[in-house]
Design a protein around this ligand. Structure first.
Ligand SMILES: Cc1cc2nc3c(=O)[nH]c(=O)nc-3n(C[C@H](O)[C@H](O)[C@H](O)COP(=O)(O)OP(=O)(O)OC[C@H]3O[C@@H](n4cnc5c(N)ncnc54)[C@H](O)[C@@H]3O)c2cc1C
Length: 483
């Protein structure tokens, strides 16, 4: 059976389940390509009435909209920015494609890998993930080692850090996609910060300064604000191996760019998309929802709110947003640092440098070896690196790479942008055990999808897609039952 006839059948099944009818003219013939496919319209009386409205067209929203549409629902996606992709954003530096936001993916990330295969996309690599030369700041000095020796020392230190049970922490998350399975143990480690944990183990200063940047970058803020249990969850996603974890988080990129994947999902989804349309309000009355924007009001039987946790507080919900979601949004998840690309004149090979908090560059590594120098990707967890001050960036970089001469700096202000208000999700102490379940719960007919509350790769593109897939299924099942 062709994909189109499957889609028509799915739409008929959905209509039958919801008791709605389909006009004869809406049965589309089987078409050759996705580009020619037109949405068969349901018998909704007005253009502003939908089965489902999705707020936000990042990976969570795009996936949810596509999957709802494939199940026969009439879907509208409203996106505040004038582009899709959310916290992913492809740009170029001369001939080189750079990802200003979410970048690295891996085949151990099941949802994004499925989508990469579905649309026939391919991978490319960032060389600095496996550096030949490693430099790190300790005690206000710079130490260097070859990449293999540094990763061996790092392995020793990270094993000690995460080994809370004599089994490298395996008993905390025996099934990583179900993070609360071992609730009492998880709660114990959710009460302490990463700094608290470091104090519990006795590491030589140079080793603790080698270790700390690796988890500080995950928090993307002061490690004193991040829950130790989140690090244990990342650790479980890396199969309890620091080199594997790094490989899964910082090595492979989508050759066609994250935009290539976002566009493929959008093109495959038979839904209406309005960009440049920030949603201001969501009013729920008698089981019906009205979504308000300056451009107009739209109604639906269900809403999927696929915006970052940090921004939930900015939409007026009526009745008000539940207390758990509101509290989590007001506190915010931790990621608020910077990511920037720095072009230097020197050819430094495949290099990595790190420094403990609060040094303005936490982690940096070679993104591209160029004829005219090296392009380095830099992360600042402290949020103190002024990416508009080239001299300041050069001074910070020289602490890791003496003599570096900066040609240019490229970045995007994710934390200042009102539609993200931060970078990626890493939870504060207590947020996993107190907020995570509540963040995922529907409120009436409003459903919530976000990488920020995903089950497995929370804070990653994979988690966004996971949440979009799950929420679309939940909406379909519940709307079918309601009918
Ligand atoms: C600098 C940086 C580096 C990262 N690195 C990686 C990485 O290497 N690998 C990885 O997997 N992940 C990485 N991430 C994380 C990853 O990009 C995100 O977790 C993921 O893309 C989030 O997807 P999402 O759909 O949940 O949210 P978003 O992508 O934030 O999408 C939400 C959408 O909602 C829209 N929106 C917000 N408010 C409104 C409103 N009121 N009305 C309408 N629309 C609204 C936003 O404009 C946005 O398009 C990184 C993120 C950043 C910022």
């Amino acid at each position: 059976m062709s994909e189109d006839s499957q889609m028509i059948r799915a739409r008929r099944r959905f209509l039958a389940a919801t008791g709605a009818t389909i006009a004869a003219s809406t049965v589309v013939p089987v078409l050759a390509g996705a580009a020619e496919r037109k949405a068969p319209r349901l018998s909704r009386s007005r253009d502003t009435e939908f089965d489902v409205i999705v707020i936000g067209a990042g990976f969570a929203g795009l996936t949810a909209a596509r999957d709802c549409a494939k199940r026969g629902m009439k879907v509208l996606a409203l996106e505040a920015r004038t582009r899709i992709g959310g916290r992913t954003f492809v740009s170029h530096y001369h001939d080189h494609q750079i990802e200003l936001g979410g970048t690295w993916v891996h085949w151990a990330q099941p949802y994004v890998w499925t989508e990469i295969n579905r649309y026939g996309l391919s991978l490319t690599e960032t060389p600095g993930a496996s550096p030949n030369l490693f430099a790190w700041r300790t005690d206000d000095r710079l130490k260097t080692a070859d990449g293999q020796s540094a990763f061996a020392m790092l392995t020793e230190a990270m094993n000690k850090f995460c080994d809370v049970d004599g089994q490298l922490g395996r008993t905390v998350f025996p099934r990583a996609p179900n993070p609360l399975l071992n609730f009492h143990t998880v709660r114990k480690y959710d009460q302490i910060t990463l700094n608290d944990r470091l104090k519990q183990i006795n590491l030589r200063r140079d080793l603790s300064d080698l270790l700390a940047p690796q988890y500080t970058i995950n928090v993307h803020r002061d490690p004193g604000t991040g829950s130790f249990v989140e690090q244990l969850h990342w650790w479980a996603r890396g199969d309890f191996d620091v080199a594997l974890l790094f490989d899964r988080c910082g090595h492979y990129k989508i050759a066609e760019g994250t935009t290539g994947l976002a566009q493929a999902i959008r093109n495959d989804g038979d839904f209406e998309l309005k960009t440049g349309t920030p949603v201001k309000s969501v009013v729920q009355y008698n089981g019906k929802l009205t979504v308000g924007a300056d451009q107009g009001a739209y109604t639906a039987g269900a809403v999927i709110c696929a915006i970052p946790v940090n921004t939930l507080k900015n939409i007026r919900f009526e009745p008000g947003l539940g207390p758990v979601k509101l509290a989590a949004s007001q506190a915010g998840v931790t990621g608020t640092g910077n990511k920037c690309y720095v072009h230097i004149k020197q050819k430094i090979g495949v290099w990595m440098g790190t420094a403990p908090h609060p040094y303005p560059i936490t982690l940096a590594f070679t993104e591209q070896e160029r004829d005219d120098g090296t392009l380095i990707v830099c992360f600042d967890a402290a949020g103190t690196l002024d990416v508009n001050d080239q001299a300041g960036v050069e001074a910070a970089l020289r602490g890791l790479l003496p003599g570096a001469e900066v040609v240019s700096v490229i970045s995007y202000p994710w934390t200042a942008d009102p539609y993200s208000q931060g970078t990626w999700a890493f939870y504060r102490p207590g947020q996993l055990t107190r907020n995570w379940s509540g963040l995922r719960e529907p409120e009436g007919n409003i459903y919530f999808a976000s990488s920020d509350s995903a089950m497995l790769w929370r804070g990653f593109i994979d988690g966004a897609i996971e949440s979009g897939v799950r929420t679309a299924t939940e909406v379909f099942n519940n709307m079918s039952k309601r009918a």
